[in-house]
Design a protein around this ligand. Sequence first.
Ligand code: ADP
Ligand code: ADP
Length: 227
Amino acid sequence: MIQIESITKRYADGTVAVDDLSLEIPDSSITVLVGPSGCGKTTTLRMINRMVEPSSGRILLDGQDIHQQPVNALRRSMGYVIQNAGLFPHRTILANIATVPRMLGWDKVRARKRASELMERVGLDSSLAKRYPYQLSGGQQQRVGVARALAADPPVLLMDEPFSAVDPIVRKVLQGELLRIQEELGKTIVFVTHDIDEAIRLGDTIAVLRTGGKLAQFAAPDDLLSH
Ligand code: ADP
Ligand code: ADP
């Protein structure tokens, strides 16, 4: 479980991006942070893996303050997927996915085998292994991004608008596949989107943020709809 306790983030220029936010993110389910552009979703996500430091408050992972554990260990336990996949342009698809296991010290053969398995899991044909990111469609690149985030088998997956840049039909396919992956692997997923329909489709729990970085609602999709 990830416990966010009274987190506030005030950037250097005085902008309050997140204002006294508290949330409990349960294991093995999808929690969606939804709200208009600028309401602090990305900032919140980045505080969970310490890419952004909170101004006050604390975050616990399985009961332990994340600031009391080595940042590298924390990041290894959290896969991260962003909107435009953020792939390494000069590495093949297989090498992109194998990067994380290689960094963890796996030998080349094992890392590549793991990468091949992940390609299959996210629905990428093995014929794409030797291609480069620019040779893939946006939807395929996002699949690579998801595969790479899963490569070290982290218990937590942080996803920042991963499907927002792909066309609506492909987005639906990718959403369905994320639900399937989540069901198979039981990851704890924190998913950021500005799209309420996407939030309702994917979320076991939905945190609605409003401008100014305050929590407006925290509920299961059905309860949200009844408001
Ligand atoms: P969202 O992901 O919901 O669009 P963000 O977390 O990106 O929101 O941003 C929340 C607010 O903080 C916005 O007003 C944004 O302009 C501001 N912000 C984000 N990053 C910075 C930064 N590095 N410095 C100053 N303000 C920032
Ligand atoms: P894209 O190439 O558009 O980025 P992908 O290669 O990730 O998408 O394909 C995702 C799945 O959605 C594939 O099975 C593909 O055939 C299907 N798909 C993509 N675009 C469309 C479309 N416009 N209509 C129906 N199915 C589509």
